[in-house]
Ligand binder design. Structure first.
Ligand SMILES: [Zn+2]
Ligand SMILES: [Zn+2]
Length: 550
């Protein structure tokens, strides 16, 4: 088991203990172990007792849990707790607005053991009447249930992509002459996808079809498949897969049909004509570009085919080259062991340098973020001394002194001006108070933008894709304020966040706001998430000259 899974197991045990009303010391025992393990910069899976003893900073009590996991593959306490907790109750624990204590009340007082029962109780107003709940909590629970329903069976772009590229690679190896491409939302680099979709142009449909049938990682749904459509799923995670087949001469027309959103395809249709007629009139094209040309449209890259900004981008802006990974020169927004990061300042800096970047901006959490080991002014002093030292050693590579400052409920930043003045740059972030209404939330964030020390605005609504909706905000007002104050807006490249949402990137660019693609890395490997941020930027028409770190 890797550290991440161990931490999840420890945290889950703590939650379940709380749910079952265990004494707080027991709960803390597991929470502390999880937090302790988060700080360890090396994988501990499979390590012997002696090796665990040698790890600096690892508490003996945490070591004991790790040892148990290493020998048994689980925690006995967790096994006992899950055996006595209905699945539906465990699902409640994952809902926003519900902690273990509240779930315990719902379970023990109303006897509710499943999400449908919980929904019914909300609709009947029974949750609001529970002691310590009220109308607002009930509404939050209902909203979380609705959100969960909407997100079922969906995948982050970054989780679906490896399956798609792997399958494509294997197909190319097996059939080198095949015309093959991803299609659909995944090809358009949507932040969340429901399935992997692909198109194959071949005269030998039967052979390729049969090959797909034979793959042990795939499972066909016979009822959904037809002679030119293989439908089924990747066995792992039940990720859905659709592969369509066509004749090679139809490939590029089909590719356009199977990639663009409805709104994009509407661009092909002239007065009184159907899409089919337009495409029929196009002679056997040898590329997608030819199809666009024959349809008298400018070529549109796949990720822009949303029917939103592509024509303006192509016609008025003259088809500017979209941002690429190679344009990025440095990295802002990264965490170290000074707060809740996994790797040390030096490790983060060296890794970043070895990836070919020219600089890294270190931004640990600020003091109010106690849950994430936020920095006291004394710790800041210590970090700055270490940065000065490393900057001499690593030159010309440069480390910038930054901070991810919490935006407090009233819109103030988390340090005095005197402390804020010591940083090269300040990223302002909302992490708490997610339940504010749109007006209050917008005022709060605009106040933070107007703070003269704010350089950059992080993950605008603090959403977690497929897990938590962001807080409501007036995007236009926030972007206008950034334009007014010269504040940079981040595209957070963490696959769970990916905001500024691409749907607002073009508006920000029209207001001449700088965009920075930031990894928000909590370990060194996550610096490579920059790729997903570039995808989001491209979807919004982002180019190198508009990118702060390019
Ligand atoms: Zn943050
Ligand atoms: Zn962060």
């Amino acid at each position: 088991m890797d550290n991440k899974d161990m931490i999840a197991l420890l945290k889950d045990t703590a939650k379940l203990l709380e749910l079952h009303g265990a004494n707080p010391f027991q709960v803390r025992h597991y929470t502390k172990a999880a937090v302790g393990l988060e700080k360890i910069g090396q994988e501990v899976g499979g390590l012997s007792r002696e090796a665990l003893h040698k790890i600096a900073g690892l508490q003996p009590s945490t070591g004991k849990f790790i040892q148990e996991i290493n020998t048994t593959g689980t925690l006995q306490r967790w096994e006992e707790l899950t055996a006595t907790t209905p699945q539906g109750v465990r699902e409640m624990l994952a809902l926003r607005g519900l902690g273990p204590k509240k779930v315990r009340v719902i379970w023990s007082t109303l006897g509710i053991e499943s999400l449908p029962e919980l929904l019914r109780a909300c609709e009947e107003g029974r949750i609001a009447q529970l002691p310590g709940f009220g109308q607002k909590t009930q509404e939050t629970i209902q909203a979380s249930l609705a959100f969960r329903e909407k997100q079922a069976d969906k995948f982050h772009y970054a989780s679906a992509l490896p399956y798609a590229t792997d399958l494509e690679k294997q197909l190319r190896q097996a059939f080198p002459a095949l015309l093959i491409s991803l299609t659909g939302a995944l090809r358009r680099k949507m932040e969340v996808v429901e399935r992997v979709e692909g198109l194959i142009g071949t005269e030998q449909v039967h052979t390729v079809f049969h090959w797909l049938d034979q793959q042990s990682m795939l499972q066909k749904e016979d009822k959904l498949s037809g002679p030119f459509a293989w439908r089924g799923q990747f066995v792992e995670h039940a990720l859905k897969l659709t592969v369509l087949f066509c004749k090679p001469k139809e490939f590029y027309k089909q590719l356009i049909l199977q990639t663009g959103s409805k709104a994009h395809l509407a661009l092909f249709v002239g007065e009184g004509k159907q899409l089919g007629e337009v495409l029929d009139s196009i002679m056997e094209p040898l590329s997608e570009a030819e199809v666009y040309e024959q349809a008298k449209l400018p070529y549109i890259p796949p990720e822009l085919r949303e029917g939103q900004i592509e024509l303006t981008w192509a016609r008025e802006k003259g088809n500017p080259r979209l941002l690429e990974m190679k344009d990025l020169r440095g990295v802002f927004h990264s965490h170290t062991t000074y707060s809740d990061g996994k790797h040390s300042l030096a490790e983060m800096a060296r890794y970043c340098r070895d990836l070919g970047y020219e600089y890294i901006g270190i931004t640990d959490h600020s003091q109010r973020a106690v849950y994430a080991g936020g920095l006291t002014p004394a710790a800041i002093q210590q970090q700055h001394e270490e940065i000065d030292h490393l900057n001499k050693e690593l030159a010309p590579f440069k480390i910038f002194k930054g901070i991810e400052s919490d935006v407090l409920a009233d819109g103030d930043l988390d340090y005095s001006d005197e402390v804020l003045a010591r940083f090269d740059f300040v990223i302002s972030s909302v992490h708490t108070g997610m339940n504010m209404d749109q007006k209050k939330a917008t005022e709060r964030i605009i106040k933070a933008i107007r703070n003269p020390y704010t350089t950059m605005l992080a993950h605008l609504t603090n959403r977690l894709l497929l897990k938590r909706e962001g807080f409501p905000v007036d995007y236009r007002a926030v972007i206008d304020a950034c334009a007014d104050q010269g504040v940079v807006i981040e595209i957070n490249a963490n696959p769970w966040r990916l905001e500024l949402d691409w749907r607002w990137v073009a508006y920000a660019l029209s207001k001449k706001v700088w965009i920075s693609v930031n990894p928000d890395a909590h370990d060194k490997e996550s610096i490579q998430n920059m790729y997903y941020g570039v995808c989001v930027g491209r979807k919004g028409g982002l180019t190198q000259p508009n990118t702060f770190n390019a």
